[in-house]
Design a protein around this ligand. Structure first.
Ligand code: NAP
Length: 252
């Protein structure tokens, strides 16, 4: 079976590793091409947008894709919408891998907000030192709250013109260890953490650190989930693929 895996997540890479030696599948991982030095992929990879839904439809037809695996980040909502629409138009099987969201614990001081503009507003009128871990795009809302000091952590440094005033950038790629997160928050005298509810273990230590330091966390809720069939883990996706392959062999 020919598979197209929409990637950019640890789940996509893990699925790729699991499929690399599996003769039943010929899979390609697709990356958006946002990070300058993406982690090496275990499978053949392509990079860059498809050119909207029509472009993805064209790719599916041209490469005789039998199943589409949407293993994008929970906040990559446009790509997920396009994948669902293209799968529908081409009658291609589609499965979404969406890791579980983080859950608030009893001693957490979370302020849950629906989007990034609300997150910027929730930091409040008093100037604070903010650890911003929302990636490198969508920084505009924070320019509207220029009285804070931002410590922005992202994989690559964003273009300087996109940064809010008083922003310091540190580039780093997870996974992050708890001791390092505690050290960073203490050394930088962080007063509040802003994060998307990405879920997963690679970047979860910042939440534990904030809990231990009694820091508030402004937690941006996920966009609406895709309506296509969804699993939370790579083993579940592999089980789905095995079932699809068996059906494919039977000519279904
Ligand atoms: P997005 O807003 O949903 O997508 C914008 C456009 O980027 C899509 O319409 C598509 O362009 C292209 N694109 C996105 N993912 C792609 C992929 N895997 N392969 C080929 N083209 C892709 O997505 P985003 O939030 O910019 O995220 C981009 C990538 O970074 C995703 O692969 C995602 O898994 C990863 N990522 C995102 C976040 C986050 O917080 N958003 C965090 C970690 C990793 P066309 O319309 O031209 O096809």
């Amino acid at each position: 079976m020919n598979l197209l895996i929409l990637g950019g997540t640890s789940e996509a890479s893990a699925l790729g590793r699991a499929l690399a030696e599996d003769g039943r599948f010929r899979a390609t991982i697709s990356l958006a091409g946002r990070t300058r030095n993406p982690a090496p992929q275990p499978l053949p990879a392509r990079s860059g947008g498809f050119g909207g839904i029509d472009g993805l439809v064209g790719y599916i037809i041209e490469h005789c894709i039998d199943a589409l695996i949407d293993a994008t980040h929970p906040f990559a909502a446009q790509m997920s919408r396009h994948a669902e629409a293209a799968a529908r138009q081409t009658a291609t099987d589609i499965l979404v891998i969406r890791r579980h969201a983080w859950q608030r614990q009893l001693s957490d001081r979370w302020i849950e907000v629906p989007d990034l503009p609300a997150a910027a507003q929730a930091i409040g009128p008093v100037a604070r030192r903010v650890l911003l871990t929302i990636g490198q795009k969508d920084l505009e809302p924070f320019a509207a709250a220029p009285h804070h000091h931002y410590l922005l952590r992202s994989v690559d440094a964003p273009p300087p013109e996109s940064l809010p005033p008083r922003t310091e950038v540190i580039t780093a790629r997870g996974p992050f260890a708890l001791a390092d997160e505690l050290e960073l928050m203490r050394a930088q005298q962080i007063g509040v953490l802003v994060t998307k509810n990405s879920g997963g273990s690679a970047t979860e230590a910042k939440l534990t650190a904030a809990r231990m330091l009694h820091l508030p966390v402004i937690m941006v809720a996920r966009p609406a989930p895709p309506t296509a069939e969804t699993v939370a883990t790579v083993p579940e996706a592999l089980a789905w693929l095995a079932r699809r392959h068996a059906a494919h062999q039977r000519g279904e």
